[in-house]
Design a protein around this ligand. Structure first.
Ligand code: NAP
Length: 530
C-alpha cells in the first residue's frame, strides 16, 4: 500500500473534492468570478474556446470523466477563483490507463527510432506554437508571472525536442569476445510501461523531462500530475494527441494521489516509476516499488547553499543569488535555501542584496512587471511564517519583508534575514518561499562543512573570482549540480539530479535516456562453424 499524504482530508482521497455530478467545464460561482482578475477570467475563456482547457483524464487516447463522476476544483492561487473542475480519478481509472499503456507498448516500441522522433518533433512544434496559451495556463493554475511561465514552456518543450533527436542515438555495443567462437553484443531496449508522478511547481517541464525520454526510447507512460496543477498537463497531452502520439502511449490520470500511486506501484505491468516531488513522498514510493522490483528514479527536495566568498564579484553574486533564490517565488527544488556569506563581504552583500530584493514586484502573474507571484496555497505560506518565526525567536534579524504581503491571499513579501544559524529550521529544511537567510562563515573549510551539513544534495552555487578555489569547492561539495558564478543552470542538454536524499538518477541530457532503457547482453555461441 502507498501511504496517504498527511494533508489529504477529503472523502475519497481527493483533497479538494467538489462534486459527484458530471465533469463541468469552466467555471465558477459568482463569488469566485468576482475574485478573479479580469485578465485571468478572459484568459481562461480564451483557453476554453481554443480547446486547450481539458478537464477529463486521458486513457487509451480518449478523454474520460472519472468513473464515479467525482471532480476536483483547480484554483488560481492569485485570486482564489476556480479555474476548472477536473475529473478526480483513482484506482480503476489508473488500472485502465496501465492496461492501455501496456497494450500500446508493443506497437510503439516496435516503431523505428526515426518514426518516434518525428512524432516527438511534431509535439515540440505544437508546444512552441501554443507557447503563449500554455504559459497562460501555467500562470492561471500555478501563479508564476506570465513571462516566467512562457519561459517554462520553452524549457519544457526543449526536452521534447532534445529527445526527438536523441531517440536516434540509442547505441548498443559489440564487445571483444572472451572465446574465439563467440560474439558478444549489448542491446539497449525500452523498459516498458512507465508511471510518472509530478509536482505542481513546474506543471509542464517536470512532465516533459520524463515523458520526452520515455517516449523517445519506446516506453509508454501513465502520467499523474499534481491535483493542484493538472490543466497544463492535460493541454500538453491534447497537443501530444494532435502530434500523433498513438492511443495509450501517453495517459493522464489525476485526483486521488494515494490510490493512483498504489495502482502504479503494485502493478507488475508498470516497470518503472519516475517521481519528482518531496523527499518524504519519494521515500514512500521507493519502498512501495520494492515488492515488484521496479526501476525507480527520484527527483526530490533540496537545501541549496549559495556560497559567496570574499573574492566574489559583488554584482555577479547578488544577481546570481537573486535568480537562484527568487525564481518562482522561491518554490523550486534548486532554489538557494541558505546564502552562506564570508565574513569580509557579509555586510556589503547584505546591503546590496536587500536593495536588489526590494526591487522585486509582487503581484498577479498576469500583471505587467510582476516578478513574484503568490505561493501555491495557504499551507505553503503558513510553513514560511513558522520558519521565519523560528529564526527570529532564535536571534535572526529581518532586513526586509518577513510577513504576508498587503495584497492578501497567498502573497508573501520577498524577505531577507541576517544572522541565521545552523540550528534554525530554515537552515535544515526547504523553505519553498521567497525568504533568503544569510549565514556568516569564516573560512573556505567552514563553507564546505556548512554546505554539506544536510541530508539533501541537489544544487549548490559558488561565487568567487578564483578559478583554483572554485575547483576545490565544487569538487568537495556533495551535490548533483553546481553553479559557479551563475544562479540559473538548468538546461535540457545537461544532467539534472541529486545525491544523498535528493534523489536517484538523472533527467535531461544523454544520461536521462538511460533511465528508460534496459541493457540486454547477447552471447552468440558456436560461431566458428561453417
Ligand atoms: P509532493 O507533495 O511530494 O507531491 C508530488 C507529487 O506526488 C504530486 O503529484 C502529488 O499528488 C503526488 N503524491 C503525493 N502523495 C502521494 C502518494 N501517497 N502516492 C502517490 N503520489 C503522491 O511534492 P510537491 O509539494 O508537489 O512538490 C514540491 C516538492 O517537489 C519539493 O520538495 C521540491 O523540492 C520537489 N521538487 C524536486 C524537483 C527535482 O527535480 N529534484 C523538481 C521540482 C520539485 P497531489 O499533488 O495530487 O497530491
Amino acid at each position: 500500500m502507498v501511504i496517504g499524504a498527511a494533508a489529504r482530508v477529503a472523502i475519497g482521497g481527493c483533497r479538494k473534492l467538489v462534486s459527484s455530478s458530471h465533469t463541468s467545464l469552466l467555471l465558477v460561482s459568482s463569488q469566485c468570478r468576482r475574485q478573479m482578475s479580469t485578465d485571468a477570467q478572459s484568459v481562461s475563456e480564451k483557453l476554453r474556446s481554443s480547446g486547450l482547457l481539458r478537464t477529463q483524464g486521458l486513457i487509451g487516447g480518449r478523454w474520460i470523466d472519472s468513473y464515479d463522476k467525482k471532480t476536483i476544483k483547480v484554483n488560481n492561487p492569485a485570486t482564489g477563483g476556480i479555474v476548472a473542475d477536473v475529473a478526480c480519478m483513482g484506482t480503476k481509472e489508473t488500472n485502465d490507463a496501465i492496461a492501455s499503456s501496456y497494450e500500446a507498448f508493443t506497437s510503439w516500441s516496435r516503431l523505428t527510432a526515426g518514426e518516434r522522433s518525428k512524432v516527438l518533433r511534431r509535439w515540440y512544434d505544437l508546444l512552441i506554437a501554443h507557447k503563449e496559451e500554455l504559459g497562460q495556463l501555467i500562470t492561471l493554475e500555478q501563479g508564476k508571472p506570465l513571462k516566467e511561465a512562457v519561459g517554462e514552456v520553452a524549457y519544457g518543450a526543449s526536452f521534447i525536442e532534445y529527445y526527438a533527436e536523441e531517440a536516434k542515438r540509442v547505441y548498443g555495443d559489440i564487445i571483444p569476445p572472451n572465446l574465439s567462437d563467440r560474439r558478444l553484443l549489448v542491446l539497449k531496449q525500452p523498459i516498458g510501461v512507465v508511471g510518472a508522478i509530478t509536482p505542481w511547481n513546474f506543471p509542464l517541464a517536470m512532465i516533459t523531462r520524463k515523458v520526452g525520454p520515455a517516449l523517445a526510447s519506446g516506453c509508454t507512460v501513465v502520467v499523474k500530475p499534481s491535483e493542484l496543477t493538472p490543466l497544463t498537463a492535460l493541454a500538453a497531452a491534447e497537443l501530444a494527441l494532435q502530434a500523433g502520439v498513438p492511443p495509450g502511449a501517453l495517459n493522464v490520470v489525476m485526483g486521488n494521489a494515494p490510490e493512483i500511486g498504489d495502482a502504479l506501484l503494485t502493478s507488475p505491468q508498470v516497470r518503472k516509476i519516475t517521481f519528482t516531488g518531496s523527499t518524504a513522498v519519494g521515500k514512500k514510493l521507493m519502498a512501495a516499488a520494492a515488492p515488484t522490483v521496479k526501476k525507480v528514479s527520484l527527483e526530490l527536495g533540496g537545501n541549496a547553499p549559495s556560497i559567496v566568498f570574499d573574492d566574489a564579484d559583488l554584482d555577479v553574486a547578488v544577481k546570481g543569488t537573486l535568480a537562484a533564490k527568487f525564481r518562482n517565488s522561491g518554490q523550486t527544488c534548486v532554489c538557494a535555501n541558505r546564502v552562506l556569506v564570508q565574513d569580509g563581504i557579509y555586510d556589503k552583500f547584505a546591503e546590496a542584496f536587500s536593495e536588489a530584493v526590494q526591487k522585486l514586484e509582487v503581484g498577479d502573474g498576469f500583471k505587467e512587471g510582476t516578478t513574484q507571484g503568490p505561493l501555491i496555497n495557504d499551507a505553503a505560506v503558513q510553513k514560511v511564517e513558522s520558519f521565519v518565526q523560528d529564526a527570529v525567536s532564535k536571534g535572526a534579524k529581518i532586513l526586509l519583508g518577513g510577513k504576508r504581503h498587503s495584497l492578501g491571499m497567498t502573497f508573501y513579501e520577498p524577505t531577507v534575514i541576517r544572522d541565521v544559524s545552523s540550528d534554525m529550521i530554515m537552515s535544515k529544511e526547504e523553505i519553498f518561499g521567497p525568504v533568503a537567510p544569510l549565514i556568516r562563515f569564516k573560512t573556505e573549510e567552514d563553507a564546505i562543512r556548512l554546505a554539506n551539513d544536510t541530508i539533501a544534495g541537489l544544487a549548490a552555487y559558488i561565487f568567487t573570482n578564483s578559478v583554483q578555489r572554485s575547483w576545490r569547492v565544487f569538487e568537495a561539495l556533495e551535490y548533483g549540480l553546481v553553479g559557479v558564478n551563475e544562479g540559473l543552470i538548468s538546461t535540457e542538454v545537461a544532467p539534472f539530479g541529486g545525491v544523498k536524499q535528493s534523489g536517484l538518477g538523472r533527467e535531461g541530457s544523454k544520461y536521462g535516456m538511460d533511465e528508460y532503457l534496459e541493457i540486454k547482453y547477447v552471447c552468440l555461441g558456436d560461431m566458428n562453424r561453417h
